[in-house]
Each structure stands twice: as C-alpha cells, then as structure tokens.
Design a protein around this ligand. Structure first.
Ligand SMILES: [Ca+2]
Ligand SMILES: [Ca+2]
Length: 712
C-alpha cells in the first residue's frame, strides 16, 4: 500500500468522522496487509495498561508528541491519550518555539496543549527550560551586542549663518527681498531681514543654501535658528535635489511668532542627492527676521578601547625566550590565580642587558605609537628592572618603559612607552641587575584603538542574560500556571568530547547554538533552579537531562560526568535537583558482541543512576538498528529477525529500568519514537525508531515494550 495515499485516506477519515477514538481503534492493531506474524499484536491492550500500578506506583508511561498535531484532536491525540500517562512535546516548550526575534513570547500553543492534555486526564512534562539548541539566536545575540557610546562627539556642521559678516542666504521669487540688519537680533547682533510682499504658493519665495557635497541619505540633521515675524504664520523647510527639484526630506512646519523664538527641528534625508537646503516662505506675507541658522548632524561618539597585540598566560606550559648569564626561564605552577606562570632565575647580579627575557613579534610595532605593557609580577626580593623594545636586526633600542620596582608580593604593572625606532619587533625584559627569581603572568602588550561601539564586559553579558533567563522562566511558569510540575530544568549540559566538562561554543560550535553557560558560567544551572522554584513553586520536580549516558564506547563516562556535575551544583547547599533524565536514543546492534556491550553499558548506567538516590527518568527512549558492521539500517530494509531483535532490546531496557531503579525513584519511561521516523524528518530520518509504524500500526517493538513492563 502506498504510504502517502494511506496517510491521505487516514486524514480524510479523521476529518469526516470527527471522532478520534473510533478512528484510532482501526489502527491500534496489526496492519491488515501484514503477515500473520503480526496477528498476535491484536491481542495486546493499550500500552499504559501494562504498567503494574500496585508494584510501581510512581511510574509514569510517557510519550513524546507534536503539540500542533495533538491539538488537532485527531488520530495522534487518540493514540497519545489511550497509551500514555504523561506527554512531552518535541518542540513546543523550547525557547525558540516561544521567544520571537523581537523577544516577545507566545505561549498559545503550549497553553492549548496543556489544556487538551490535562482535560484528557494526562499530565504534561516540560521540556526544556535551559538548552543550547533551538534558541532564538538573533534576539539573544542582540541582547549582548556591543553598546553604542553614550552622547555624541559633538556636532558636525553643514553650515552656520550668524550674519555678522554680511553674508546672506541665496533666495528668489515673488519679489521677495533680503538684507542684513546690523543689530537688534535676539542677542543684539546682526540678523537677516526677509520680506515677502504677498501671499503666494509656499515654493514661490524661497531662501536657499547649496551644499557642496550631498547630505548623507537616511541620516538625521538638526536645523537650528532664531526667527521673529511681523505676524503669526507658517513657513516650511527641507532638503532638495537641485538637479530635479525633488524633495529629499522635510522639517516639521515652522510656526512663526512676533517675538524672537529659538527653533530646533529634525529631518531625515530621503534622497541620494540632497545638496540644497530651502526655506519656503511664499505662503507668509510680511517680514521675517532670521538669525543663527545652523544645520548639523550629531557625530557618532567614539571610545578608546585596549587592543591586545600579544598575551602570554603560560597555561600551556610554553615559556618565553631569552638569554644571558646562565639565567633560566621556565613555566611553573603557583600563579596568583592558581594557573601556570613564568619563572625567571638570574644567578648573579650583572649589567641589566646581560640577562633578558625576549618576545619577538611577527610584525614590527608601529613607530610613534604608544604601546602598553601589562603583567602581574613578583620577585624573591625587592629590586628594580626594566623593559623596552628593540630592533632585532641591529639591537637598536626602539623605546624603553620606565624602570619598575619588584616586590615580594604580586603586583599588576601597566607601563606605557612610544615606539621611537623602526623594526621594533622585540620586547625585552632587562633583568641582569636583579639576582634571584622573578615571576610573571598574563604578560600583555596592547595599544588603544578608537571605536564607535563598546563590547559588553563579561559581567554585563552575564547580568543581561541572567535577566533574560529570569524573564523566560518567569514567563513560562506564568503561562503553565502550575499545571506542569516536572521539568527538564537543563538539557544536554555535558560535552561529548570532554564528558567531565560542560559544553561550550569554543568546543562544540554550531552557528545555531547558544551556550548560556559560556556567559553565565558553570553555576548557570543553580541560577535556573532558583528562578524555576521562585516562579513555579518549591514543589516542582526538576531534572537534568542528557544523552549518551548509556554509551559503551567510553564506559558511561558522560553518565559519571553528569552525576559529578550535579553533585557540584548541589554543593552550595541551596540548589536541589530532583532527578536525572537519561535520553536513551539507543541503537540495537546485530553484532552480538556489540549488542552485549550495549546491554552491559545500559545496566551500568542504571546502576550508577540508582546510586545517586535521585528520581530517574528514561526521558527520550527510541531505538535505531545497526547491522553487524555498525551501519544504520533504514526502516524499509529491516528484516523480521531484526524487528524481533529490537523488540527484545526494548524488553531488556524496560525490565532493567524496573529492576535496577528503586521503586520510589522510578519517575518512568517516555517513548520518544512513538512512530517510525519519516524520511523527511530531521531526527533519525527513515529509521525504525517507533513502537508504531508510520501508519500507526503496532510493531513488534510495541510487544517488546509491553512485555518489559509486565516482566513477561
Ligand atoms: Ca547674529
Ligand atoms: Ca597563567
């Protein structure tokens, strides 16, 4: 049967009958077109009926679903309601599903879903509050974008007319006249007197200033002037393209009064050749006096920011070069921040240049420019030493820093000098006059650059994103209004390559990822727990959820890493994480040795998780199939034998969960692959991950899952 046609037929049935339960009844069993090998599935009940409620009272059978499909109240809804205790949505609760590019939050799908699920007697699990994927990157990056400096660097004037030197504006039309009056302006100074004898069209009498180069399109300019008129009335002002007389932006209408009045108006340039400024005064008959006419724009403010030329923290164990008097330069532990540092040892006092540390650059420093030398230093005794730049080809000095005093305590030095010679490609510390040990760390050369923007400091980014995390969690908790009690507080924190560490952009990358922990630090989960309980109540059940905890290839290293990280998060005595979610996107291997390793690692994981004493949830159980060579097998290629192997692995996993996790700590198991994955899916495309096939007919895996629940 053509799957596409069958899906169309299915959709039609749902729409026509409008009764989801009846529709679902037809599809809950073995497919009619399949062999008799599937007939036994007709005898199975709905999946959740296999949970032994007396023995496992807290166990919830969960299912992942698509909120929009569920909200259609059709077949998916009927299947979910019949088979599961609790639902989790694949995407609807995720940050990028709710937070728009402008930061507004839309919880309508979430709220509709919660209403439909709870009305049907199901609970809803929240997935997820804190993650690196499916984040609204544009909005988040905007929050921590560079700041524009406050204020302005002053005004950039296009023209100024004070009329003290006798220069008038140009002008024409309607017999209008203009002249300088040498005193009597608002400040007693000279001004321009304009007379328009009769009322005419506004543009028939004009005052003009032609501008040498056109004003910048889209830029806003300020027109400032004083004016006084013989009667109240109005005139206009604006920009024009003198080649075609097209308007290029107008100022607001100018209402004249009979007293001197100061005007300050803004207009934005709209055309490419705004090379003329105009007052259009034709509508006003009478005398207008002008003074102090200025057109200007605000110049962008700039700031000076340090720019690093080189920075050595010695944490990779590499020392700096140098020579002389049997002095040594080694990297040792014990810097002021606990990191590695450079240790310089000079056995005896000699001339300052006879024992040196040297740093060579690829490019010479710029002659005439000021370079700063900043470092932490301390020494085995007090003393005075120096540093400076050198041309390494002829050893000529190119600028010396002031000598600096060493002390036996750490001190931050920040010295300045100009480069006074060419080919300044070497920095030397001139240390011969000091006998003993000198320690250096974070040796940095920098210079100052002008910038129109200011990067946020790490602290500002942390504060901003903490604010956003609070806004997001508060918004979500408000939207679910107490109806979602259990949450993936944090999803997938641990690095695969470094399973004892958190993920970070530097290691994991991904243009579409946003690693909150990179900005908020390791304690970001503590912060999120605090907000979740503050806005969602202390009775929330909060999980940290991750994948590959059952991985055999690294002996469950990620499981260990996650457990240790949770121990760290809780070590503040305040943070409480109630449970651990293990996703279990597993694969069943047709290689018996590999499958044995898979199963052993699943057992080990459950044992490790059980030992934490936390609630344990299998949060996203689905299963692919690997052939004996380790290649993923597509659904269309799966043999009956392989289907049965998958069913057996499902049974194994469910049984091990029930037997290894203490009953009181069994939150439950959620099936992520309810149906097989379509070829077009982003998730395990075309793979046989489901308990149902794509036509919603039960598979052998359904029986395996059910048999595991009852321990059959
Ligand atoms: Ca004046
Ligand atoms: Ca260091």
């Amino acid at each position: 049967m053509n799957i596409f046609k069958s899906m169309i037929a299915l959709a039609a049935v749902v729409v026509l009958t409008g009764c989801a339960d009846n529709t679902y009844m037809e599809y809950k069993t073995a497919a009619p077109q399949r062999s008799a090998d599937y007939d036994y599935l007709n005898d199975y009940g709905d999946l959740k009926t296999y949970v032994d409620r007396a023995t496992y009272p807290t166990f919830k059978l969960g299912g992942a679903t698509n909120a929009a499909e569920f909200n259609n109240l059709g077949l998916v809804y009927a299947l979910d309601v019949a088979n599961f205790d609790e639902l989790v949505t694949g995407n609807a609760f995720k940050y990028s599903s709710i937070v728009k590019d402008d930061g507004t939050m839309d919880f309508s799908t979430v709220q509709k879903f919660i209403t439909n699920a709870t009305d049907a007697g199901l609970s809803v699990y929240g997935h997820t509050l804190l993650w690196h994927s499916q984040q609204t990157i544009k909005y988040l990056n905007g929050l921590i974008a560079d700041r524009i400096p406050q204020g302005s660097a002053g005004n950039e004037y296009v023209f100024k007319y004070q009329f003290e030197n006798g220069t008038l504006l140009n002008g024409w039309g309607n017999g209008s006249t203009k002249e300088i009056v040498t005193s009597g302006s608002h400040d007693g100074s000279a001004y321009m007197k304009v007379v328009n004898p009769t009322v005419a069209d506004p543009w028939s009498a004009q005052l003009a200033v032609d501008i040498a180069s056109p004003l910048e399109a889209t830029k806003t300019y300020t027109l400032h002037f004083w004016a006084k008129a013989s009667a109240e009335g109005s005139i206009t002002a604006g920009f024009q393209d003198p080649s075609n007389y097209a308007g290029c932006g107008d100022f607001p209408v100018i209402n004249l009064t009979t007293d001197w009045k100061e005007y300050s108006l803004e207009a934005t340039v709209t055309g490419a050749n705004a090379a003329r400024f105009l007052y259009s005064i034709g509508k006003f008959a009478g005398e207008i006096d002008f003074d102090g006419i200025e057109l200007y724009s605000a110049a962008a403010a700039t700031v000076e920011l340090p720019k690093t030329v080189v920075l050595y923290n010695f944490n990779d164990g590499t020392p700096l070069g140098g020579w002389g008097n049997s002095s040594t330069r080694t990297v040792v532990d014990g810097s002021r921040d606990g990191s590695k540092m450079l240790k310089f040892t000079n056995p005896s006092k000699v001339n300052s240049w006879e024992a040196q540390i040297a740093v060579d650059f690829a490019e010479p420093l710029e002659q005439g420019k000021v370079y700063y030398l900043r470092f932490w230093g301390k020494a085995s005794a007090a003393g005075t030493v120096g540093a400076g730049y050198q041309n390494p080809s002829n050893y000529n000095g190119c600028g010396n820093y002031p000598n600096f005093d060493l002390t036996t305590d750490w001190k931050l030095y920040d010295l300045a000098t100009s480069i006074t010679g060419d080919n300044a490609k070497r920095l030397t510390f001139n240390l011969g006059a000091f006998a003993g040990d000198i320690y250096f760390d974070n040796v940095e050369i920098y210079h100052m650059v002008q910038s129109n923007t200011i990067p946020l400091t790490a602290e500002e980014k942390r504060d901003t994103l903490t604010w956003e995390l609070e806004r997001w969690i508060k918004g979500m908790m408000g939207a679910v209004n107490g109806k979602v009690k259990a949450w993936d507080l944090c999803n997938e924190p641990m690095s695969d390559g470094h399973p004892t560490e958190l993920k970070s952009a530097a290691v994991e990358g991904g243009d579409n990822n946003f690693y909150w922990q990179d900005y908020l630090g390791k304690d970001y989960v503590r912060t999120a727990v605090k907000f979740a309980r503050q806005y969602g109540g202390n009775d929330l059940v909060l999980f940290v959820n991750d994948y590959n905890l059952e991985a055999s290839y690294n002996n469950n290293a990620k499981c260990d890493g996650l457990i240790n990280m949770i121990t760290y998060w809780e070590s503040d005595g305040v943070t409480k994480i109630d449970g651990i979610g293990t996703q279990m996107h597993v694969s069943c291997s047709m290689n018996p040795e590999q499958q044995k390793r898979n199963e052993d690692a699943v057992v080990k994981m459950f044992q490790k998780l059980a030992a934490t004493g936390k609630l344990i949830r299998v949060s996203e159980l689905d299963m692919g199939l690997q052939d004996a060579d380790g290649n993923a097998v597509k659904t269309i290629d799966v043999t009956e034998e392989q289907h049965h192997a998958m069913a057996a692995y499902y049974k194994f996993i469910v049984e091990k969960y029930l037997s290894l996790i203490p009953v009181a700590k069994q939150y439950g198991i959620t099936a992520w692959g309810v149906t097989d994955s379509p070829e077009t899916s982003f998730w395990r495309a075309g793979e046989p991950i489901g308990l149902w096939d794509l036509n919603y007919y039960r598979k052998h895996t359904y029986a395996g899952f059910a048999d595991g629940l009852v321990g059959k």
